[in-house]
Design a protein around this ligand. Structure first.
Ligand code: FEO
Length: 171
């Protein structure tokens, strides 16, 4: 079954959002590197890779369904934030907005009765739960220790250990 035209449009818009997300996180990584938070910068750089993976997964899917991917320009992203905490709060807000747009894609797939696309999008629905939970944990930890001193140093050390591992897709 050909990819529904409304689903194709929604996925194209989502692909642009995933690339914008990757660009946002790379900008956050650069800001954090400049502020001396090497670990948090590494975490954001891994997030940049995650977002590229998301975009490429959608591109592959549209192509697999004989749809057409049209890449649009990526809008400018912010370059500065007020603090380490502000960066992660901003990341959390962003992930919440991405969850909403993934849910919209799912609504469109369901309205179009494109069950295959809905099944494909379910992976992203689940992924968003993890995305929000990961950032929420970091925000909570930063709130717990306050913005300066040993606590932040320890959190930054922990964030330095994150590495990108491409998710194993089982369906
Ligand atoms: Fe692609 Fe962070 O959601």
């Amino acid at each position: 079954m050909a990819l529904n035209v409304k689903v194709e449009k929604a996925l194209n818009e989502q692909i642009n959002k995933e690339f914008w997300s990757s660009y946002l996180y790379l900008s956050m990584a650069n800001y954090l590197a400049d502020q001396g938070f090497a670990g948090a910068s590494n975490w954001m750089r891994v997030q940049f890779e995650e977002e590229q993976f998301h975009a490429l997964r959608m591109i592959d899917y549209v192509n697999e369904r004989n749809g057409r991917v049209i890449l649009k320009p990526i809008k400018e992203v912010p370059a500065t934030w007020d603090s380490l905490l502000a960066v992660f709060k901003s990341a959390l807000e962003h992930e919440e907005s991405i969850t909403a747009s993934i849910n919209t894609c799912m609504d469109i797939a369901m309205e179009a009765r494109d069950h295959a696309a809905a099944h494909f999008l379910q992976w992203f629905v689940n992924e968003q739960v993890e995305e929000e939970a990961n950032v929420t944990t970091i925000v909570d930890n930063l709130l717990m220790v306050g913005e300066t001193g040993n606590g932040v140093y320890m959190i930054d050390k922990e964030l330095a250990t994150r590495v990108f591992v491409a998710p194993v897709i089982t369906n």
